[in-house]
Design a binder for this molecule. Structure first.
Ligand SMILES: [Zn+2]
Length: 411
C-alpha cells in the first residue's frame, strides 16, 4: 500500500466529459483523496510522481477472459473453424497440468496491458486465489457448468454449489456462475444455475450467439456443432432443437431474468438486440477474438444502437495474441474508426465494471485508487494518441498498490 502520494499527469480522464489538463491525483490509504489541476493542489510531505505527457485513467477492466488457457498462446491457428478450434482447446483442457503457471502468465499479461480487474471464466476456480495474491481484488471468477442431459442437472448444480461455497470460504473474491452456453447446457441446468445464483447472490455469465454453427444447431439441430457434441457423447437421446435463435431461446427459458453478462453476441439480429436491451443485460464483446475466427463485426452497431451496455474483453490467448486491454481498445478503434475515443475508453472501464457488477471504472474522490497511465504515441494529441500504434502502458495500480510500472518514470 502506498501511503500519501501525488501523481501528476498532463491529462487525467476521470470519466466521459471530465478531463483535467495538467492535473494531479492525491492518493491516501489506497483511496483517491483529491483530483485537481496541479496549481490548485497543495503539496504536503507526500511523494510526488510526475507522469509527464501520460494520460491517467481508471484502471482498465477486461470483461471476459480465461486465464487458465494462457499457455495456449500461439498454439491455435488464426482463421480456424470454430468447431475445429473447440476440439483443440478441449484436448488442451483435458491435459491441464500447468494450470497455475498458465493463470500466472495470463495475469502478468493482463497487468502489463493496463487492466486492474478481469472477468475470468474458470473450470476449477483456481484463478481466484492467484488474482487476489497479485492484487486484482475486484476481479470476478465465474465457475463454469456444462451439461446437455437434463438428468444430470441436479448433480451438476450440487457440484457447482459445493465448489462455489468452498471457494468463497477460502478466498474473499467475487465469484459468479457461468452456465456455459445455449448448446452445452440443458434448460433444467439453466434453471438450476439461475436459482443457485438467486440464492447465493451471484452474478451470471453465458456465452451466446458466438458462431453461425450455434445458430444452426439451435434452429435445426444439425451442422458441425452437432457432430462435435456427438463425438464427445454430449447429446442425450431425447434432445430436440429448440428451433429458436439464441437470444430468444435464452429469453423463453427465463435465463435473462437475472440480467446475465452475455459473452460475444456476434450473431444477434436487431430483434435479439432489442430483447437484450429490454432485459437490461450487458454484453462482453471481444473484437480480436471475433476477428480471429473471421466473424462478421456488424452486430456491434446493433448492440450499441439498442442502448446496451457493451464492455470489452480479450477472451483467452487461445483466440488472441495478447491479454492487453490497451491492444484490444486500439484494435477496436482500427476496426470501427467511427467510434469515438471516449466510447472506447468507456467500454474498457465503466461499462466493463457495470457488466461485472463491480464498483470501479471511474476516477473520483473517495474511490479506490485503481489507475492506469498510458503514454501516447509520439507527436499525437494525448487524447487520441492513447489508442495509437506507439502508445504504451506505464503504470497500473489497484487500491494504491502499484502492480506494474513500465519505462522509467520521472518523479
Ligand atoms: Zn471465452
Amino acid at each position: 500500500m502506498v501511503e500519501g502520494m501525488i501523481l501528476k499527469a498532463e491529462t487525467i480522464w476521470c470519466r466521459r466529459g471530465r478531463i483535467i489538463r495538467n492535473g494531479a491525483i492525491r492518493i491516501h490509504d489506497g483511496t483517491i483523496a483529491e483530483i485537481a489541476p496541479v496549481e490548485e493542489m497543495a503539496v504536503g510531505d507526500e511523494r510526488v510522481q510526475d507522469l509527464g505527457d501520460a494520460i491517467l485513467l481508471p484502471a482498465l477492466i477486461n470483461a471476459h477472459t480465461h486465464l487458465d488457457l494462457s499457455l495456449l498462446k500461439g498454439k491455435t491457428e488464426k482463421g480456424s473453424r470454430f468447431v475445429q478450434w473447440l476440439r483443440t482447446v478441449g484436448k488442451a483442457r483435458a491435459m491441464m497440468f500447468f494450470e497455475g503457471r498458465s493463470i500466472r502468465k495470463g495475469i502478468s499479461e493482463t497487468i502489463a496491458g493496463g487492466a486492474g480487474a478481469v472477468g475470468d471464466v474458470s473450470v476449477s476456480g483456481k484463478s481466484a486465489a492467484i488474482l487476489r495474491r497479485r492484487g486484482l481484488y475486484e476481479s470476478v471468477v465465474f465457475c463454469e457448468a456444462l451439461g446437455l442431459d437434463p438428468a444430470d442437472a441436479g448433480r451438476k448444480a450440487d457440484e457447482l454449489r459445493s465448489k462455489i461455497e468452498t471457494l468463497r470460504e477460502r478466498t474473499p473474491m467475487h465469484v459468479g456462475i457461468s452456465p456455459h452456453s445455449t448448446y452445452t447446457v440443458s434448460p433444467e441446468l439453466f434453471r438450476r444455475c439461475a436459482s443457485l445464483a438467486e440464492e447465493l447472490g451471484l452474478p451470471v455469465a453465458i456465452y451466446v450467439a458466438e458462431s453461425e454453427s450455434e445458430v444452426q444447431f439451435l434452429m435445426s439441430g444439425q451442422g458441425e456443432l452437432r457432430e462435435l457434441l456427438e463425438a464427445f457423447d454430449m447429446i442425450p437421446e431425447k434432445w430436440r432443437p429448440p428451433r429458436k435463435r439464441p437470444i430468444h431461446y435464452l429469453d423463453d427459458l427465463g435465463a435473462l431474468r437475472r440480467r446475465p453478462l452475455l459473452i460475444h453476441c456476434y450473431q444477434v439480429d436487431a430483434a435479439e438486440a432489442d430483447v437484450i436491451a429490454s432485459r437490461g443485460c450487458s454484453v462482453a464483446y471481444c473484437p480480436r477474438s471475433n476477428a480471429f475466427f473471421r466473424r462478421p463485426a456488424d452486430s456491434l452497431r446493433l448492440l450499441l444502437d439498442a442502448g446496451i451496455n457493451v464492455a470489452l474483453g480479450t477472451d483467452s490467448l487461445a483466440s488472441n495474441d495478447s491479454l492487453s486491454m490497451l491492444d484490444e481498445m486500439r484494435f477496436l478503434k482500427q476496426r470501427h474508426p467511427e467510434l469515438g475515443w471516449e466510447t472506447i475508453l468507456e467500454m474498457g472501464t465503466i461499462n466493463a465494471a457495470r457488466a461485472l457488477g463491480i464498483e470501479c471504472g471511474i476516477l473520483g474522490e473517495g474511490r479506490p485508487a485503481d489507475l492506469t497511465a498510458i503514454k501516447p504515441s509520439a507527436g499525437d494529441d494525448p487524447k487520441f494518441g492513447i489508442l495509437g500504434e506507439g502508445a504504451s502502458v506505464v503504470l497500473a495500480m489497484v487500491a494504491g498498490r502499484r502492480l506494474f510500472k513500465g519505462r522509467k518514470l520521472r518523479g
